[in-house]
Each structure stands twice: as structure tokens, then as C-alpha cells.
Design a binder for this molecule. Structure first.
Ligand SMILES: Cc1ncc(C[n+]2csc(CCO)c2C)c(N)n1
Length: 222
């Protein structure tokens, strides 16, 4: 049986692939991505991850049972303990200190995406929130898998490969599978066909905002 994610993905395929096969991703995979684009992306992603932690905290609040609260907590910890460290470490390698990162203003694209997710979660239930989070969690896993054997060339090749390794590795692939299974369990309880169009719209919108986030990086290097 296919997952709820696979249904959403199939029904938004063009937008989904604009995100997961974006020029930014292709540039990471072949090494042609300008370093300034990656640096801008990394810095904004730090601010993005802070807001995404808040969204996972909101999932704890929205959960109506202990098991879901524990799942949401595991997601929160994956960001605060793993994602955040990867980013601060990567940023340091790019000359961006933690102090500098904390002082950066959020770009409009960062605000648009993160506040969309938070607002969707605040006005809806756990399923609305999971669907808004899904493009982030599951899109990066797909990007990792799609580029498992990519061999970036050029000056930033090592950093780009390092980034791809994080998402293609079994650790992150497991996190993504666990998220998809968790969303399936929520859908079993909450999904009705009457709700589906609104949920698909949330998923599609979040995927579009992911593509805008890549575009922000590319535009900084023009
Ligand atoms: C713009 C943007 N979108 C997605 C991710 C990926 N991501 C964010 S939090 C997290 C852990 C999953 O619980 C992962 C994989 C990112 N870093 N930046």
C-alpha cells in the first residue's frame, strides 16, 4: 500500500519536481553552484531551522496522545541536535560564525516559508501541520537519494558532497521514513476525502516555498 506522502507527491508532481530537481540542487550535485549561492542558503537555513524547531514544538502541543508527543519530540531533537550542528559546522567552514548567524536578518523567503508552516499548524490539527512539514522532511531525503552517486567538481566539491551525504545517509533516510509512517498513522485517524483538497494545497504551497528558498540562494550569486 502506498503512503499518504506518495499520494500528495503524485498529485503535485510538477511543483514537487520544481523543488527537488531545482537548478540549485543540480548545481550542488555537479559542483557548478556558485559558492555565494550556497553561503547565502546556509546562513538563511540557520534561521529557517530555528523556526522549524518551533514548528516541531507546536506538533507536541497539537498532539492528542503521548505517542504522538514523543514522535514530535524526536523530530524536534533531530533538528536541535543534528541538523543544527551540521549547519553551524558547515557555516564555520564558510567563515560564518555563530554570532554572525544570530545577527542576520531573515530574508523574505525564509519568513514566508516558516511562517506559512507555523500558521498552518496553529490554525489546523496535527495532520495539517505534518503535511506542511512534509516537503521539508521528505524532499531532502529524496534529493539525497537522487544524488547518492553524484560527484561534484570544483572548489566547493567537498562541502557539497558533505551536504548530500547528510541527507542520503541511512541516519537521515531513517528519520524521513519514520516521519512518513507517522503521517500515515495520523492520516488513518484524521483524513477524510472532504479534507484532501485543502491538504494537497498545503503540501503544494510548502513545496513551492522550498523552490523559492533555493531561488533566493541562486539570486544572491547573480
Ligand atoms: C529550507 C530547508 N528545507 C528543508 C531542510 C531539511 N530539514 C530541515 S529540518 C530537518 C530535520 C527533519 O526533521 C531537515 C532534514 C532544510 N534544512 N532547509
Amino acid at each position: 500500500m502506498s503512503s499518504f506522502f506518495e499520494r500528495l507527491r503524485a498529485d503535485s508532481l510538477a511543483v514537487w519536481q520544481d523543488y527537488t530537481r531545482h537548478a540549485f540542487v543540480q548545481g550542488l550535485a555537479d559542483g557548478s553552484l556558485p559558492e555565494e549561492a550556497f553561503r547565502t542558503y546556509l546562513a538563511q537555513d540557520y534561521l529557517f531551522l530555528i523556526q522549524f524547531s518551533r514548528a516541531h514544538a507546536l506538533a507536541i502541543y497539537k498532539a492528542d496522545n503521548l505517542a504522538d508527543m514523543q514522535e514530535a519530540l524526536a523530530g524536534l531533537k533531530a533538528i536541535l541536535d543534528t541538523e543544527m550542528d551540521l549547519h553551524v559546522g558547515l557555516c564555520a567552514g564558510w567563515g560564518l560564525s555563530k554570532d554572525e548567524l544570530q545577527k542576520l536578518p531573515e530574508a523574505s523567503q525564509t519568513i514566508a516559508y516558516t511562517r506559512f508552516v507555523l500558521e498552518t499548524g496553529m490554525r489546523g490539527d496535527l495532520l495539517d501541520l505534518q503535511v506542511a512539514l512534509a516537503p521539508c522532511v521528505l524532499g531532502y531525503a529524496e534529493i539525497g537519494r537522487d544524488n547518492l552517486t553524484a560527484q561534484p567538481q570544483g572548489p566547493a566539491a567537498k562541502s557539497y558532497r558533505n551536504w548530500l551525504d547528510e541527507y542520503s545517509g541511512s541516519g537521515y533516510q531513517g528519520v524521513a521514513q519514520a516521519f512518513s509512517d507517522w503521517m500515515d498513522r495520523t492520516a488513518d485517524r484524521y483524513l477524510t476525502e472532504a479534507r484532501y483538497p485543502a491538504l494537497l494545497q498545503t503540501f503544494t504551497q510548502a513545496s513551492r516555498l522550498e523552490a523559492d528558498f533555493w531561488r533566493m540562494g541562486l539570486d544572491a550569486a547573480r
